[in-house]
Every structure is written in C-alpha cells, then in structure tokens.
Design a protein around this ligand. Structure first.
Ligand SMILES: *Cc1c(COP(=O)(O)O)cnc(C)c1O
Length: 359
C-alpha cells in the first residue's frame, strides 16, 4: 500500500484539481473577466505607484487604509468591520475552516458557485445542495425544509447567482434569513454587484448572522485577487483569526489602493458591459432555438438544442465559452457566455449563429 493512501484524506484523494482550460489564442468568454484595459495615462500612474512599493517588507496585516477605501467606495455601512481575502475564494475557505465543527453542514441552492461545495468538502463538512426551480428561482419551501432538517452552519446565497445569472427574490431571501435566525451564518455573495446594482448590504443591521461578501474580480481586477466581506463585529472578529496574516500581498494592496482612487473608470466599464448585456441578450434571443435567461451579471446563460455541438464549433473558431451542461441536470444544453466589448460580442455572435446553422 502506498504511503499516500495512508496520509492523504480520502475525500481529497477522490477529487480532481480545478481545471482551467488553456485559452491562449482564444477569444476568452468563459471566466467573467472585464475585457477593458486601463487608459494609457492611468497605466503609467499605476506603474509609478507600484514602483515605490517596499517589496522587501511584509505587508502591515491590519490593511487599514485599503479597508477604509473599500468601505467608502463600496458603501460598507459605518461601524462594520471588513475581512480581506486573497479573492473571495479564500474568504469562503476561511469561513469553512472557522465553522467546521464535527457534523457541521454547508447549504446552498444548486446549480450554484462550485467553490461553496468544494470548500466545504476540503474543510470536512457535508454540503447540502437544494435544487432551484426550473426557471432558476429559489424553491423556498424546499430551502426552508432543508434548513429545518440540516441546520446548516453556513448558507450561501449568490446574489445574482452563478451560473444562472438571476437575482433571487428578496422576500424569499429575507425569509431564509429569518428562518435561520441565529442558528447559522448566511453569506450573501455579491460577486456581481457592479452589474446587478442590487445589494443586501443595507440589511446588515437587521440580521446579526448576515455576511455580505464581494470581490473586485468581476469589476476588472481579477488578477490581483482581492475579496472582502463584512458583517457583525463578533463574526468578523472570529473570521479574522483564521485569515493568514499577510494574505494580501503588497503589490495587490498597492494596486487596489490605487484603483479604488480611480474606481470611476472601472464603474464606467461596468456600465458599458451592462449596456452590452442588453444588446447581446436581444441579439441571442432573436436567433431560432435559443433561449436566453435574464441576467443581472456580466454573463448570459443560454439554452440551445445541442450545446455540446455548438461549444465544439465555437472552439473550432477559437472562441471559448463555458459549457455548463454537465454541472447539473437543470443546466442541460446550457452555455454561459461572458459579456465583452462590442467588437468581441459581435465576433462571438457571428460565430455562434454560424455554429447553430451548420450541421
Ligand atoms: C467569480 C465568483 C467569485 C470568486 O471571486 P474571486 O474573488 O475571484 O475569488 C465568488 N462568487 C461567485 C458567485 C463568483 O461567480
């Protein structure tokens, strides 16, 4: 018997590592990245700013200035602490580690963001997925029944949801929050907030167990890996104990501080992408046999007659979208397409239309 089987936990040995396809040479519409770059002058100012960073020093782990900027630029209510993560992926894993008492469970609607289930598994917690309805709205009775049955330590609600793109009904979310009360934590994941323009942030004072989690990734800074969450002081204090002290490196910190002073540039880009979302959605909806789901994010979920074939034809044309058909049975024949610039959207649309009609 190999030593690996004696040392590695069986639930890890049974996993496959997260696969990211090689996209070199492709039009990349699979990862919800902001396609726009910064204006030349801003790039130069940023380079100047980064050149002065003391890379020989560890970060100062309080990150006070960065947190203040996040609070003011992104509307974190006064008095609410912020915990920073190396991407919101790290925040998810910090919460799992903090809550992984024996028998503790994590609950989320499915299909949903894959990291909720993966991170629960890595922390040794059971994941309970509650299927959405066929139109991807919350199955509220099923959610409430699952909450009663499993008493989850953490419940995730992505607002809007990935990969479906829709915003859940606010009343249903509030009812979930009330039902859970103080028996568990409810994390509202607002990764797509710049495109949704909807938030539960203002509800923080009503629910002591509510955590609002966001990221700068979809806004245009996916490469620097920065996520943040906020909630009651008591909760944030506990999660802060799990955070690796230097998790935001000095370059990411400096880049984020600089970009938050110029966040209007990113917000204008988000506004252009929202307009493009409307345009692309109408165009796709006009094609025969294509169903477009409503989206409050920077991607569109569509259903076609034969997603495998369309996906393969797009790959032949060097276009990469996400084939989510195998993720969950509700997503059969569904593709997820990141909304991009007018030029890239037009390229995609032409290639997509051709993929539909070719045998
Ligand atoms: C993309 C995404 C995230 C991950 O964001 P990072 O900050 O880049 O780790 C979190 N939640 C949802 C729902 C996402 O789609």
């Amino acid at each position: 018997m190999s030593t690996l089987t004696q040392v590695i936990r069986p639930e890890i040995a049974g996993l496959v590592s997260y696969h990211v396809p090689d996209a070199s040479g492709f039009l990349k519409l699979d990862a919800m990245e902001n396609p726009y770059t910064l204006p030349e002058t801003l790039q130069q100012e940023l380079a100047q700013h980064l050149s002065k960073v003391a890379m020989n020093r560890y970060p100062v782990p309080s990150y006070t200035h960065l947190k203040q900027l996040i609070a003011t630029r992104f509307g974190v209510p006064a008095g609410y602490d912020i915990v920073l993560g190396n991407g919101s992926d790290e925040l998810i894993s910090m919460m799992s580690v903090a809550c992984a008492r024996p028998g503790a469970k994590v609950l989320a609607p499915v299909p949903g963001f894959v990291m909720y289930a993966l991170s629960a598994k890595l922390a040794g917690m059971e994941f309970v997925g509650v299927p959405l309805l066929a139109d991807f709205t919350l199955d509220l009775p099923a959610m409430l029944a699952a909450i009663e049955e499993h008493r989850p330590a953490i419940t995730y609600l992505a607002y809007p949801n990935n990969p479906t793109g829709n915003l859940y009904d606010t009343d249903a979310m509030l009812q979930i929050l009330r039902t859970i009360g103080d028996s568990g934590i409810v994390v509202v994941d607002e990764a797509y907030q710049p495109f949704a323009q909807a938030s539960l942030m203002s509800r923080l004072p009503e629910f002591g167990q509510l955590v609002v989690m966001r990221t700068v990734s979809k806004l245009g800074l996916a490469g620097i890996r920065l996520g943040y969450m906020t909630g009651s002081h008591a909760l944030m204090q506990e999660f802060e104990k799990v955070r690796p002290p230097y998790n935001i490196n000095v370059l990411s910190q400096a880049a984020a501080e600089f970009m938050l002073q110029h966040v209007d540039v990113l917000e204008q880009q988000a506004a252009m992408l929202r307009e493009q979302r409307t345009w692309l959605s109408h165009q796709l909806d006009g094609l025969p046999g294509v169903h477009v789901y409503p989206s409050a994010a920077n991607f569109l979920l569509i259903r076609v007659a034969n997603a495998e074939q369309v996906f393969a034809k797009l790959v032949e044309q060097k276009i990469l979208v996400k084939n989510v058909g195998k993720m969950h049975k509700l997503l059969e024949n569904c593709l997820r397409i990141t909304v991009s610039t007018p030029e890239e959207n037009a390229l995609f649309l032409a290639a997509f239309a051709a993929s539909l009609s070719s045998p």
